[in-house]
Design a protein around this ligand. Structure first.
Ligand code: BDR
Ligand code: CA
Length: 342
């Protein structure tokens, strides 16, 4: 049974990643830790708690960690993910409380308690994980594996012309994390899902239509001709929440000239973490620029060993968007169907 420790900055695509993992009967979500990124860390925690309740899954620990990056001021992106990070979705305030444990304690204590069992999945800035590595440098060997959504390699950035958001928010944390993995055995190296493959996971209205049908709630119609901000009429609360969240993300991409599509970066990383969608990888030595004003947050991959340093990452080099969406829709659809609502 895959056991997953998540660190997230929920976030519309983080939300789909979480709901997807909750929809997999064979997956245990051990705990969810929250990093500031798309929105502040406290709001991230509220979003995660509300999503757990929406999915009928109280009792999974949600812990807050770093509220600011290691060395630079926090930047959030409400214009991308909505005022609360969930697009147009407004979820009821959660009844469950945030954990009294700090996110860093969660990572260190859980990994030590279950050596070789937990797969880490990080879909936000790497601040919490970098702090956990400072506390427990043996973390890479204590974890079964690690999957990171972050970076862009020989590919246009989405935050600066060369930098991806998660790395850009805390480049110093990302640099520390990649440095910590140098020289480790190949099966321990982080699987890195970066923009050149996650931007292929392009959600379109068709996918929401199919999600509504898979949930037994009828086709969910989110269409480019509808007014911005129109709310879902679905009787299924999970379909309605995801639809309202994703509509905001579709509009954001359209405003940025990318068409009425939404890149579901983190949902791909979740499917990859539980090995339910195919992907190919390439070994590389990765480093992160932290100094140059022009290039700060840029991830660089040495695929040819030109630096003479051992690899520290397995970068996803190929994926199958159609397969990934089939997996997301059928699994999340079945969960939504089970939760009821027409
Ligand atoms: C990443 O940035 C965030 O806005 C998304 O949630 C994703 O994790 C993509 O660059
Ligand atoms: Ca994210």
């Amino acid at each position: 049974m895959p056991s997953i420790l998540m660190d997230v900055d929920t976030g519309i695509d983080d939300a789909l990643a979480l709901v997807y993992l909750l929809s997999r009967p064979e997956v245990q979500v051990r705990a969810i830790t929250c990093t500031a990124g798309n929105v502040g860390a406290r709001q991230v925690a509220l979003n995660n708690l509300a999503l757990l309740e929406l999915c009928g899954r109280q009792g999974i620990e949600v812990a807050i960690g770093a509220e600011v990056p290691l060395e630079i001021p926090l930047v959030t992106t409400e214009e991308t993910h909505g005022p609360q990070g969930m697009g147009y979705a407004e979820l009821p305030p959660p009844a469950q409380q945030v954990s009294p444990r700090h996110a860093v304690d969660v990572w260190v204590e859980e990994a030590r308690a279950r050596p070789g069992e937990l797969t880490g999945l990080i879909t936000g800035p790497l601040t919490n994980f970098a702090l956990a590595l400072r506390r427990e440098p043996g973390l890479p060997r204590l974890l079964k594996g690690l999957v990171i959504m972050g970076g862009s390699f020989n590919y246009q950035g989405n935050t600066t012309p060369t930098a991806e958001w998660n790395v850009s928010v805390d480049p110093h944390a990302a640099k520390e994390v990649f440095a910590a993995y140098r020289g480790l055995p190949e099966d321990k190296l982080p699987l890195v899902c970066a923009l050149e493959t996650t931007e292929r996971i392009e959600l379109r209205p068709e996918h929401l239509r199919r999600l509504g049908e898979a949930a037994g709630a009828g086709p969910e119609l989110v269409l480019p001709g509808q007014p911005d901000g129109q709310l879902s009429a679905s009787g299924n609360p999970l379909v309605a929440a995801l639809s309202d969240a994703v509509r905001f993300y579709l509009e954001f991409h359209r405003h940025h000239g990318q068409g009425y599509v939404a890149h579901m970066h983190d949902a791909f990383a979740a499917c990859a973490a539980v090995e339910r969608t195919p992907f190919a990888t390439r070994l590389a030595t990765v480093d992160v620029e932290t100094d140059s004003p022009l290039l700060v947050g840029t991830t660089v991959a040495d695929f040819r060993g030109l630096w003479g340093l051992p690899p520290n990452a397995r970068i996803v080099s190929g994926n199958d968007p159609g397969h990934c969406f089939d997996e997301l829709i059928s699994s999340v659809g079945a969960l939504a169907r089970g939760l009821g609502g027409q």
